[in-house]
Design a protein around this ligand. Structure first.
Ligand SMILES: [Zn+2]
Length: 446
């Protein structure tokens, strides 16, 4: 069984048609989803990019593989299980069309071919899907007769959202410059917001005041990327290998737009960041919706089992393969634990009904150290009920701390890895905030 793993950076599940979005952002992925397994509730267990991809490749939680933040130079340990290396050992011809290995030692392990078209550009995340496809598609055609594993990592939905011109007004008809719109005022008091204006918004014309214009640009990037995915899928069909290839499409994390006072970035353990798309098509698996709580740790074990390869014991995720093949019940999880340690140092525990977020140190925004949301009545997580529901908050905090303590013990750690590691990008922010006297951003409740 060949494997094509398509990862789309910064892709919110709920901005895709197949996940219920109202805009036509994803006709190709929607068509794919109709022939595939769609995991309706799949979550990142560690954000953003580096922790997420370390988790996807190891099938381990970040406490175990040790990559708790983005932007650290610490290599990925060589003793963790690593999907591309396992596939290579099992006879696969492996290829990545990606740039993660450029940033962090260890991401390239197990790849015979590592093609990084982003090296042609000053800012690697500006490399679009067409540029990647120009490398990925010829490789696919050339190696289609071998047993292959091809990993393609698109970046289009990541900031800056500057899709080709034809996509910039696709989902927006308003006036992006209305002077009486103040929804972006808080962004302007923030170091990241100033950077957005200077490096990116300024390319879009006069002073932008409407964040919905920026959201529509993000959606334009998603649509543009979707067409690249369609191009790659058609190229696979043309090789004649469609019926013996497992195809996985997933996101590494989502994006927060502006409603949490976090502007166009992927920090904050809210569902906008944690809820990721995960689609999977396998010739022996009937199209279906999988509704149980799934997570990035499940991706590698599920791929391995569907390809008849033994799952290493050190992988901590659960394979969905038997369930998808109709040979077993759905994996049963009560909750999913996630963490971030890049811009802010937090843990979260998410059940089907609630999310509890625990900060290990105060964040830049001055938010409470404990947040609790009822996801049934408040899916956008805007009304913190930690004070109103102290018993529930305490119960979730205990389950979270127990889970962390258990994982730490298994990994031989005595200090919470977020605390011992420390913030990466966020440490610079704190310094800038002090220097410039920037006030904390107000949390916009709209
Ligand atoms: Zn990412």
């Amino acid at each position: 069984m060949n494997i094509l793993l398509i990862a789309i950076d910064t892709l919110r599940a709920d901005h895709l048609g197949c996940y219920g979005y109202g805009r036509n952002t994803s006709p190709n992925m929607d068509a794919f989803a109709r022939e595939a397994v769609q995991f309706d509730t799949a979550f990142a267990t560690a954000i953003p990019t580096h922790p997420a991809f370390a988790t996807i490749n190891t099938g381990q939680y970040s406490v175990s593989h040790g990559v708790v933040s983005h932007g650290s130079s610490a290599p990925i340990p060589r003793n963790v299980p690593w999907l591309p290396a396992i596939l290579q050992q099992n006879g696969y011809t492996t290829c990545a069309v990606d740039n993660l290995a450029e940033w962090r030692h260890g991401f390239g392990r197990g790849f015979e071919f590592y093609v990084d078209p982003t090296r042609r550009r000053a800012l690697s995340i500006n490399c679009d899907n067409r540029t990647l496809n120009r490398r990925a598609i010829p490789w696919l055609k050339q190696h289609a007769h071998e047993q292959f594993y091809l990993f393609v990592h698109y970046w289009d939905p990541h900031t800056p959202y500057l899709p080709p011109r034809a996509y910039r007004r696709l989902f927006y008809e308003g006036n992006p410059n209305q002077p009486d719109n103040h929804l972006l005022d808080a962004m302007d008091r923030h170091p990241l917001g100033q950077m957005w204006r200077e490096t990116w918004f300024n390319k879009l014309g006069p002073h932008i005041t409407d964040p919905e214009y920026i959201v529509a640009l993000y959606d334009g990037e998603v649509r543009y990327c979707d067409e690249g995915v369609g191009q790659l899928l058609r190229a696979l069909d043309e090789t004649g290998r469609r019926d013996d290839t497992l195809i996985v499409i997933l996101g590494d994390h989502g994006e927060l737009m502006y409603r949490h006072g976090i502007f166009f970035d992927h920090h904050g353990l809210y569902d906008g960041n944690l809820h990721v798309p995960w689609l999977l098509r396998h010739p022996e698996v009937a199209p279906q919706r999988a509704s149980g709580l799934a997570a990035h740790v499940d991706v590698a074990p599920t791929i391995l089992e569907l390809c008849g390869i033994e799952i290493p014991e050190a992988m901590e995720g659960t394979s969905w393969a038997k369930h998808l093949l109709g040979k077993g019940p759905a994996p049963d999880r009560e909750f999913i634990v996630s963490q971030e340690c890049t811009w802010q140092m937090k843990w979260s525990i998410r059940t089907r009904t609630h999310k509890f977020i625990l900060a290990r140190e105060e964040d830049f925004y001055g938010r409470p150290m404990r947040e609790l949301y009822d996801l049934r009545s408040d899916p956008d997580e805007l009304h913190n009920i930690a004070a109103a529901e102290p018993d529930l908050a305490a119960d979730l905090e205990r389950r979270l701390e127990d889970w962390i303590a258990e994982r730490m013990q298994a990994a031989g750690l005595t200090v919470d890895p977020l605390v011992s590691h420390g913030l990466t990008l966020g440490s610079r922010w704190k310094e800038e905030g002090d220097v410039q006297g920037a006030p904390p951003m107000e949390v916009d409740q709209r």
